[in-house]
Ligand binder design. Structure first.
Ligand code: ZN
Ligand code: FE
Ligand code: FE
Ligand code: ZN
Length: 265
């Protein structure tokens, strides 16, 4: 089974289960490698309830190191999911490079003050111009790529989570410039299976978007976005099939923020 490159821990305050239970699940599935990528701290006060505190970060490091020592047959990578929002670089630009990360997932979870993928604010979707919201989202993805701080784009078409989408042609057209920026930044895109567990009932990104990534030679990895141990490796066979259908034959392996490519089997 391909490695799971997107796994949370209880340090973010909204994931369940011991870190060891996530590791056990990966071993049980026969994974040789996995990565913890919990929500990065934001000392500026951005969305504090959904991330670890800066004071907890050291515990996160220690917990992952001891899990790795307890399971020498499983390669456990140290990752982080860092949000992009205007001004995030004031902290992230120095902090990310000071840590021994194997890779950094960049994610957009907010449009202005609106946590658009938060179920508590789902109904806001009924009051906004859906196409304009997606356009703003992809502009932020492009800005995130241009910042050059991240290695992997998280859940590329996250705004589809609750099923609010512009006409397909418009969506792909808006995504084009963002994906050009992702390709120029030599970032990877993750094939994230958490969308299958949401109302949209689809992998992030869609097959059409994944084909656009392939056209631009953007590398891919796979992530479950597990927030509980049972979700590790969730629907990975389906995700790999989707990637193959999109034309992918390789996946990226990350280590100390460098990329290598291995055949997709
Ligand atoms: Zn989360
Ligand atoms: Fe996320
Ligand atoms: Fe996540
Ligand atoms: Zn996520």
């Amino acid at each position: 089974m391909v490695p799971d490159y997107h796994v949370h821990t209880p340090f973010c305050k909204h994931a369940q289960g011991d870190l060891a239970a996530y590791v056990d699940r990966a071993c049980h599935l026969g994974m040789k490698e996995m990565a913890f990528t919990d929500h990065a701290p934001a000392p500026d006060g951005y969305d504090p309830t959904n991330r670890m505190d800066i004071t907890t970060f050291q515990n996160y490091l220690v917990a992952i190191r001891s899990a790795a020592e307890a399971r020498p047959k499983l390669r456990i990578l140290l990752g982080i999911e860092a949000d992009y929002y205007p001004g995030c670089d004031r902290f992230l630009a120095s902090w990310l490079t000071d840590q021994p990360f194997d890779f950094v997932i960049g994610s957009v979870h907010y449009l202005g003050e609106w946590g658009f993928d938060n179920a508590a604010y789902r109904t806001v979707w009924e009051t906004v111009d859906v196409t304009a919201a997606w356009a703003q989202y992809f502009r932020q993805v492009a800005a995130m790529a241009r910042l050059g701080l991240y290695d992997v784009i998280g859940h590329l078409d996250l705004p589809k989570k609750f099923g609010f989408r512009p006409p397909p042609k418009d969506l792909l057209e808006m995504a084009g410039p963002a994906l050009d920026a992702v390709a120029a930044a030599q970032m990877a895109v993750e094939v994230n299976t958490s969308g299958l567990r949401r109302p949209c009932a689809e992998v992030y990104p869609s097959l059409d978007l994944l084909r656009m990534c392939r056209d631009r030679e953007i590398p891919i990895c796979f992530g479950s976005d597990a927030h509980q141990p049972e979700e590790v490796g969730y629907a990975f066979h389906q995700a790999v099939d989707l990637a193959r259908t999109a034309g992918y034959r390789h996946r990226v392996v990350l280590c100390r923020r460098r990329k290598q490519y291995v055949p997709l089997i």
